[in-house]
Ligand binder design. Structure first.
Ligand code: FAD
Length: 441
């Protein structure tokens, strides 16, 4: 039964559940609508990332609702990357200059369920599962949902779309409120594979994110609490070396033996996983505006989905929620002022992380294996130690701080210019000294 004074949150994913908690803490009545059945009672959807990396921005949001300790109890800290070359030794590259800071591998479903339970326990929150939004009048707050019992009409004072990258709320704003969008899909997809526990133990070092950089393709693996690893293979969708180019068990085995030889032994169900697991899409969603007056808005992936190469999509969605809550504080709960303020403050930041996430794909796929990159990282960590607080790497600013992404982007460009100039000046001095030495010789 809908209540026209309620705030409707569409989508009980990561952003939607967190948002419901924040709004309920303000004393608002919230209706959380989710197209799926209650995930706490059913099987996990296949094809969505099984685990994800939670870092400081996400943790900061969880701390504000007192959920950080519960979520972190099952987290597996990853202090750096382990690079798997085709042949040769593994190489550990710490994420921070002191080797201590870590991003955290978390089960997506456990995180979602913890947030869902936290939302359900808040007074004033009701959750309607099996409700798929199919229609919305953004100015009146009238919504249409498909449910197993048939079509139902609901109404709310404000409708917030937290319904993910393929957002139905965004589609409704596109149809009825002059929103424009751009969807930039990569010609890469992703597929999940599994490395099970070996003799009850992790088959690889559990305190790191594992990367197999292969130039045009790449695979990563994150540890799970059951001592398995979930691998994600990123590969072009079509072409001579792509998801489309292999299908038979023999071809799959041949491909992995050639390019990922250590995986063959680690992943006994590789061929089966490869054949059964779907290929997911990767892309960047941009749209404008994110809000319609004070009655409708988008949040999280619905407003700005990004590619997953910085492990920041969910962290960024959580920051949206914190910022919207702050805007409601600053406007005394006036939605007509809070929604534009939220959009103004978040837009540049989400654009900056979208760009950094794309850049990180090139870094992970190509650069991490190169000796030049490894030297650069060592120089960067030395600079961080020599100039504490004055030189901070992009990775640390993105993953271990809450400095707004747009500021990170500008600061890192400045740092690179200064270091580039210093290296250039150093190189000139070195060349000068060399020439002088030659002339003298
Ligand atoms: P979602 O999590 O997609 O939730 C949307 C919810 O809305 C879902 O529950 C859905 O069922 C519901 N819904 C959809 N349509 C409707 C409808 N019509 N009516 C009602 N409900 C609806 N982020 C990180 O921070 N770290 C990582 O390491 C990371 N790794 C990733 C790896 C991969 C391969 C991918 C694809 C993404 C990764 N991300 C990561 C990104 C992260 O998953 C997303 O940014 C995050 O899930 C966004 O949360 P959301 O709540 O906005 O959307």
């Amino acid at each position: 039964m809908s209540d026209p004074d309620e705030i409707a949150v569409v989508g009980a994913g990561l952003a939607g559940c967190l948002l419901a908690c924040f709004l309920a803490r303000r004393g608002l009545r919230v209706a959380l609508y989710e197209r799926r059945p209650d995930p706490r009672t059913g099987a996990v959807e296949r094809g969505r990332s099984i685990n994800l990396a939670l870092s400081e921005r996400g943790l900061d949001a969880l701390r504000r609702i007192g959920l950080d300790k519960q979520v972190m109890a099952d987290a597996l800290p990853m202090r750096g990357r382990v690079i798997h070359p085709v042949h040769g030794e593994l190489d550990f590259q710490p994420y921070s200059h002191d080797g201590q800071r870590a991003i955290n591998s978390i089960s997506r479903s456990a995180l979602n369920n913890a947030l869902l339970t936290a939302a359900a326990e808040q007074p004033g929150v009701r959750i309607a599962f099996d409700h798929r939004l199919t229609g919305l009048d953004p100015r009146t707050g009238e919504m249409t949902y498909e449910t197993p019992q048939g079509v139902v009409q609901e109404k709310a004072a404000v409708v917030l779309g937290a319904d993910g990258a393929g957002s139905a709320v965004r589609a409704q704003l596109l149809a009825h409120a002059g929103l424009t969008e751009s969807l930039d899909f990569l010609d890469y997809g992703y597929k999940e594979l599994r490395i099970p526990a070996r003799d009850g133990e992790f088959a690889l070092a559990p305190d790191a994110l594992h990367i197999w950089p292969r130039g045009t393709s790449m695979m990563i693996a994150l540890p799970n609490p059951d001592r398995s690893f979930t691998c994600t293979l990123f590969w072009p969708n079509s072409g001579t070396s792509s998801f489309a180019s292999i299908g038979s068990p023999a071809a799959i085995e041949r491909h992995f033996t050639e390019h990922y030889p250590d995986l063959i032994e680690l992943a006994p169900t590789l061929v089966e996983d490869y054949r059964h697991n779907p290929v997911g899409l990767l892309g960047t969603v941009r749209c404008t505006p994110w809000h319609v007056g004070g009655t409708a808005a988008l949040i999280g992936d619905a407003a700005h989905a990004i590619v997953p190469f910085y492990g920041q999509g969910a962290n960024c969605a959580f920051e949206d929620v914190v910022e919207l809550d702050r805007c409601l504080d600053e406007t005394a709960g006036d939605w007509t002022r809070a929604l534009p303020l939220y959009e103004e403050r978040r837009r540049d930041n989400t654009e900056a992380i979208a760009k950094m996430a794309l850049a990180n794909f090139v870094e992970m796929r190509d650069k991490v294996a190169s000796p030049v990159f490894q030297l650069q990282k060592k120089v960067e960590h030395a600079l961080e130690r020599a100039l504490p607080g004055r030189y901070v790497s992009r990775y640390e600013l993105v993953s271990f701080s809450t400095v707004p992404y747009a500021q990170v982007w500008r600061r890192v460009r400045r740092q690179h210019r200064v270091v580039g100039a210093a290296v250039g000046a150093g190189a000139l001095l070195a060349v000068g000294a060399l020439l002088k030495g030659r002339r003298g010789a």
